[in-house]
Design a protein around this ligand. Structure first.
Ligand code: S3P
Length: 429
């Protein structure tokens, strides 16, 4: 059955570990595949999105073995990928399709990338345009703006690209093409998006320079295999952080979470709302900051969210909406137009669902205003095929006045296959 019933909880308690970071897992396969030597990855997220990346590289001749603990990728060097015999299906994964389109642009073969019905509606012009400026030959549906995309790889030239949006997918796609381009490829963005690519390129020995204006990659440099340990995904932890904050008498310890500053917008936002959140035992693993996160129930207040914190919390807005729905006063979200082109339009999806729960929500073009309420009604809520909407509504269910049914939940497997058992484990009835 593709739906679940979630009962209200008395508290959220315990100690958990969330699965590996999705963004870092994607990048470990991609860089491991084109490095020299065997890259071993521990803590890899075996969600559907990352499996799409793994299948794509296997289809290009890369030997990738999973012994259940460690993923071992035998890299084939910068120029060793083989022409895939079929279309590369990226499933629901925007990161897979956009990043490999950059990588494929620099290969000496032909390839086609596509995805599921949601991915085929998402904008691809944002990568096709800059990659074409580098000399990539890419055609696709709707004037090259929608997948499937056909890529005739070939020689590329470095560009100086000012991205109009803060997007790690755009940045990383161009950076991957930059590994194959002649000379320097420079990318700047309005404010910093997640910088896992910058960190992992450096770890693998790419020629990369970062400064205030952005990042430069110099082409033609071979990469060296690494041992990568992937931390827990803060985007997955976010649902449990909000669950513990909004449910009375809660105390939850989430161990081993990635706390890269380009991802911790969720912590900053929830702290500003009055959340009792502590980072413990801060450390660095494989070039990424990691900590344990201790959360206790808190009385939240509405705040104004806009500007550079938005890309630092971009995937967490559905969960933030749930916190805002229970905060005292109004929470305003602005500068978040990107939410309209995620797995679904997350502004409309959360507005529709929260209104149905009895919350006052007004949409704007680039955000929303949410007036907190002390009571959320139960009922049936649709995920719109979006994993993060499904998980956010499941968290809201913990404090609703009656049981909640969330429909179309299979999508949760794209990023967090163990979400429901874990929620069940910490939610005290
Ligand atoms: C990701 C970047 C973000 C994020 C996505 C993963 C990445 O997208 O929403 O879930 O791994 O690079 P944008 O960069 O398009 O904002």
């Amino acid at each position: 059955m593709n739906s679940i019933i979630i009962q209200p909880a008395a508290s959220v308690k315990g100690e958990i570990v969330v699965p590996g970071d999705k963004s870092i897992s994607h990048r470990s396969i991609m860089l491991g595949a084109i490095a020299n030597g065997v890259t071993s990855v521990r803590g890899f997220l075996r969600g559907e999105d990352n499996m799409s990346t793994m299948h794509a590289f296997r289809a290009m001749g890369v030997d990738i073995k999973d012994d259940g603990e460690t993923i071992n990728i035998t890299g084939c060097g910068l120029r060793g990928l083989k022409e895939p015999g079929d279309v590369l299906d990226c499933g629901n994964s925007g990161t897979t399709i956009r990043l490999i389109t950059g990588l494929l642009s620099g290969q000496s073969f032909f390839s086609v990338v596509t995805g599921d019905k949601y991915l085929r509606k998402r904008p691809m012009k944002r990568v096709v345009e800059p990659l074409s400026l580098m000399g990539a030959r890419i055609i696709g549906r709707h004037g090259g703006t929608l997948a499937p995309l056909a890529i005739l790889g070939g020689p590329l030239t470095g560009i100086n690209y000012q991205s109009p949006v803060s997007s790690a997918q755009i940045k990383s796609s161009i950076m991957l093409a930059g590994l194959y381009a002649d000379g320097e490829t420079h990318i700047s963005e309005p404010s910093l998006s997640r910088d896992h690519s910058e960190r992992m390129f450096t770890l693998f020995g790419a020629s990369l320079v970062r400064n205030d204006s952005g990042v430069s990659v110099f082409g033609g440099v071979e990469l060296t295999a690494q041992e990568v340990t992937v931390p827990g995904d803060i985007s997955s932890a976010a649902f449990f952080i909000v669950a513990a904050l909004i449910t009375p008498n809660s105390e939850l310890l989430i161990k081993n979470v990635g706390v890269n500053p380009s991802r911790t917008g969720i912590i900053d936002i929830l702290l500003a709302m009055g959340g009792n959140i502590q980072l413990l035992d801060e450390r660095e693993v494989s070039g990424e900051p990691v900590a344990d996160i201790l959360v206790r129930s808190s009385r939240l207040k509405g705040i104004a969210i806009s500007g550079s914190v938005v890309p630092r919390a971009i995937d967490e807005f559905p969960a933030i909406c749930v916190a805002a729905a229970l905060a005292e006063g109004v929470t305003t979200v602005r500068d978040a137009r990107e939410l309209r082109v995620k797995e679904t339009d997350r502004i409309t999806a959360m507005a529709v669902n929260l209104k149905k729960m009895g919350v006052l929500v007004t949409e704007t073009a680039d955000g929303m205003d949410i007036t907190g309420s002390d009571r959320l009604f139960g009922g049936t809520f649709d995920s719109c095929g979006d994993h993060r909407i499904a998980m956010s509504m499941s968290v809201a269910a913990l404090v609703a006045s009656s049981a909640i049914t969330v429909t179309d939940i299979a999508c949760v497997a794209t990023s967090f296959p163990t979400f429901f058992p874990l929620l069940d484990k910490v939610a005290v009835k």
